[in-house]
Design a protein around this ligand. Sequence first.
Ligand code: AMP
Length: 540
Amino acid sequence: MRGTMMDYPLTLAHLFERNRLLFGQREVVTRLSDKSLHRYTMAAFSRRAQRLAAALQKAGLRKGDRVGTMMWNTYAHLECYFGVPLAGGVFHTLNFRLHPTDIEYIANHAEDRFIFVDDVLLPLLEPVRAKLKAERVFVVSLTGKPIPPGYEDYEAFLGNAPEAPSPVELNENDAAGMCYTSGTTGKPKGVAYSHRSIVLHTLVAGQTDAIAVSGRDTMLIVVPMFHVNSWGLPFCGIMHGAKMVLPGPHLDALSLLDLMEREKVNFAAGVPTIWLGLLHALDKEPGRWALQPGLRTFVGGSAAPEGLIRGLDKHGVKVIHAWGMTEMSPLGTVGRVKPTLEQQSDDLLYELRAKQGMPNVFVDMRVVNEQGVAPWDGKTMGELQVRGPFIAACYFADDSQKDKWTADGWFITGDVATIDPEGYMKLTDRTKDLIKSGGEWISSVDLENALMGHPSVKEATVIAVAHPKWDERPLAVIVLKEGATPEPKAFREFLAAKFAKFWVPDGYAFVPEIPKNPAGKFLKSKLRDQFADWTWGEPE
Ligand code: AMP
């Protein structure tokens, strides 16, 4: 049957316009390098984003051209998120924590024509500037210092532009944004987000049973804007007119807590490492910060240990645990408790909240192993596959990874999981991090989450190390809290109370720090190299 609804493109231009028309009085607050606060209204944001779009057009930006950003979470970065697509371009967030040669590879692979960079990050771009294909590099001054020669001033670029861009006809399937995965092996791979995928993701993420974003919120976005578009939160904030608080370069616990108190933040998002730091600070000085009642935190990127969820609850901070990937825009699942499960014991509820959660609207999810599609029994492990309108169909200009998609169109996540009868997914490992001992799989994630609940442990991870008899055995690598003593026996007993005997690590190594990748995830590959020659003693 023909003739139904209007063919209305789902584009970022609509979200932007909605914000411009309705929420001009709301604020965007950014912490600058010297810790002072930059604040302006969303009306000012709209004017500047439009000028940026016009400036890019004037500079010759063509539809579909990529524009790199190498920036902290700031107002100028937010301007790029919208200004670039309004001009018909694709904003491409560069992860400045990568090695400069990786940044060079990524910016050139994406063919970024222009790059915007914070002055404080310029030293990371400077070593590879000569090798970049980018025609012009614009610098945002977060310090107020003059722009060095060879670079252009972002403010002058905006100042010399018309007030608004010429209208661009946007198709909802045009690319709007782009991000390379922070995968720890192989060359980085690019994911291009379409206008449509971002809009659908924004609608889904904001739902009450997902992340629940409303215009009443004041959101602190700690997760970097270069990491999967800060999990899509800037789009939610703009669409709903939430007040946005951006921490700039200051991500230590005390700076964040001060900002949360001062700006009355009631919703914040970041990886578990950030929240472990905050929990530590809150435990040390309970009552120092007047946080908003009902403060919620959106935690993802790696597993939120049960101990973290319990610990933050004690300070009145509610964790919403979510799982996703760069390839998924990123939101796949959210760990909300269904009303029909609320009557369970506290222990079971915490266990549930530590799971990665139920699939969001428009995310199909299945677990597949050698026997085929696994039942939702909460026990059968397999490779997690997903499908949906905000999940990548391929990598940008890279045909080498076709085996990441099944013949029937599912994306193979590389995560190993179970799904329980209620539909809660529990991630048990990355395919490459699983431990196979005596032919049986052991989940390193379960063990490390348990270890992180031990009162002496600051951080812990569990890796596979070759073993003469069992093929592989788990080795726990632990960072102790200040003043705690390294006692392998005590840890073994602690874990033995919770896990099958063969799961309990035989070895315990104590280190000052666990190496992490730029997104704050444990670099297990590095630890596996470091402990490759570990000698297994007799269990005590
Ligand atoms: P990225 O694309 O860098 O965001 O990394 C995605 C990967 O991070 C996923 O495939 C998971 O392995 C891991 N990850 C993300 N969220 C979680 C979570 N809540 N629990 C455990 N692992 C997670």
